[in-house]
Design a protein around this ligand. Structure first.
Ligand code: URA
Length: 249
């Protein structure tokens, strides 16, 4: 249950103050009964009308984990007609957005949701949400280079926060090193720029984890809905009050 003026303003019909005025004028009904100022209602189950016209029911929140292939951009729309990550979820009818970005050339885990509160919470720098990447980089890294990646790299927009970095493999034939890099910041093209800064450009990049979630069971180009437990966990991580059973709060 929420105050009517909040429900009306969230529906985008009027500001909260204007909504109060409309209610005060007796123009709002809840299930056919004229509402008083200060009244509460459940927008998910009750019919709220202004001047007899029903307010649109709020969209239920939806949450998806996508295994993004290379070649898709992480925006909802593209003016130049390029393929976007939304093209990979054609069955989803809600207006979802990616939680952060992956470069077109990067593959891997991307969350998408229509829950703006959770999205902002997870992207807030203070939350320090960890993301893990597999990077195939040119050449072999020296110990000091590895240490620099871990301690912080000087980029044009500041020094990166301490990262976790492990060498996983060395490909002798290609002359490349496979690195696992975990960071909790979200600077633009951060992993690529960190590796470039120590003279080991990235050839391939994949995000394998985001906020403790991984790609297990989700093939490249496929997606799945998050479970209620996963959503509850993300709410905790984003420092938000407990999530209300999948409905807009
Ligand atoms: N770092 C990058 O360089 N690219 C991404 O897509 C994500 C992190």
């Amino acid at each position: 249950m929420e105050r009517l003026q909040k429900i009306i303003s969230q529906a985008g019909v009027a500001s909260r103050r204007a909504a109060e005025k409309i209610i005060g004028e007796g123009r709002v009904t809840v299930d056919g009964v004229v509402a008083e100022l200060g009244a509460q209602a459940d927008a998910g189950t009750q019919t709220i009308c202004i001047d007899g016209k029903p307010l649109r029911r709020p969209e239920a929140h939806v949450y998806f984990l996508l295994n993004k292939p290379k070649g898709y951009i992480s925006t909802a729309k593209d003016e130049r007609g390029r393929k976007t990550v939304l093209d990979l979820l054609p069955e989803v009818k809600e207006r979802i957005y990616p939680v952060g970005r992956l470069d077109s050339g990067t593959e891997g885990l991307l969350l998408l949701t229509n829950d703006g509160g959770l999205m902002n919470g997870l992207l807030h720098p203070a939350r320090e949400v960890w993301k893990t990447y597999l990077a195939q980089v040119e050449g072999r890294l020296t110990r000091p280079e590895l240490q620099t990646l871990k301690n912080g790299v000087k980029l044009e927009d500041g020094v990166t926060a301490p990262a976790k970095v492990r060498v996983l493999d060395w490909d002798d034939r290609k002359g490349r090193t496979k690195l696992e890099i975990s960071i909790h910041e979200g600077k633009n093209r951060q992993v690529r720029r960190m590796c470039e800064a120590v003279d080991h450009p990235v050839h391939a990049l994949k995000r394998t984890e985001f906020a403790g979630l991984n790609l297990s069971g989700v093939k490249r180009g496929e997606y799945r809905a998050l479970t209620a437990e996963e959503v509850a966990y993300l709410y905790e991580l984003a420092n938000l009050p407990a999530h209300g059973a999948g409905r807009k709060g």
